[in-house]
Design a protein around this ligand. Sequence first.
Ligand code: NDP
Ligand code: MG
Length: 382
Amino acid sequence: MLKKISLLGATGSIGLQTCDILLNHPEEFRLVAFSAGKNIEKTREIIQALQPELVSVQEEKDAYALKKEFPHINFTYGEQGLIEVATHPDTSILVNAVLGSVGLPSTLAAVRMGKTIAIANKETLVTAGHLVMEEAKMHHAPILPVDSEHSAIFQSLNGENPKQIRRLILTASGGAFRDKTREELKNVTVKEALNHPNWSMGAKITIDSATMMNKGLEVIEAHVLFEMPFDQIDVLLHKESIIHSMVEFQDTSIIAQLGTPDMRVPIQYALSYPDRLPLIGGKPLNLAEIGQLHFQKVDFERFRALKLAYEAGRMGGTILTAMNAANEAAVQLFLQEKIAFLEIEEIIERIMDNHDNISNPDLETILHVDKETRKKVLSMVQ
Ligand code: NDP
Ligand code: MG
């Protein structure tokens, strides 16, 4: 049966790869509604290639200009536009590939309609995982991971009893700076930080990979998605990014998912689940060619952001929102060359140290803490 799709963040790295999959499988999927930010050139290309019914952009003026070009399509804009795309009445799947906690209200709105959520937007699960999962249970909305590590775990758990899991092992490439000491990190540039060894991704997550906050967010994402205590979630450095993550069971068996690093695999799996489809243009894994895989223990002093994320995760409550918002704001400042690389984690730590934690927060509280934290970060650097 044709699956009708809403896609948030279509013009981004995950969004464009999602469009690629939809174009390659027109019998399986149809893009009905999508959102973009400010990239109007790419928005136009997606409209022409996939002919959706509804498009949302970030700015009102862009929505009006596009309406003149494409009078047969409906346009909307802003945060309300994200919600309209996510809750389009004809779609059964929401692919959320928007960047940052701005994706939270639209995810909740789609969950409340019982849609299947293919989630790349990890910040939403970090900032409000308990709300998303609670509502997902209530409305029978499946939450399927797109993040490669979580997709690997999800695939490794197929047919298994979750009660018999001993631990989840998230693999981490270590990002652009995995071989640098803390001393050497002092003067790294934005350009160096954006140079990820294995994956080509959006700017924010590439910086998150360099600080290892990405792995920290993923540990929390795994806790939320698989309901695992933090003591049973480990991180293992694996520089080749071939083993995408693993599950260890009580009998010491480990099941893992492997493949050439290609985000289209987990994106497509979330869309085709429980079936699999051919990956057009996919490169099969050739282990003989690779020869060796490497593994190393993580040093929590070297990768302090990861330690902070475990701390926030164990505490729960609004400190997760504060940590995530501080990270989003600090990464943006680093990308604008307003702060140094190591200041990202310093800012996060200061925000966390001064945070008055509220447990089990509602949506309003989360949105408030998110906004206030971003303001605090800006005032810290001024
Ligand atoms: P990109 O920066 O490449 O894309 C982000 C998308 O969100 C773009 O479509 C952008 O629009 C849109 N956007 C950004 N801010 C806003 C806003 N305020 N309002 C509306 N739209 C907005 O990010 P990625 O694709 O790399 O990442 C997206 C999400 O997926 C993140 O949560 C990331 O952590 C996660 N993820 C990404 C992976 C990857 O390989 N890239 C892997 C695993 C997870 P525009 O560009 O038009 O302005
Ligand atoms: Mg990942």
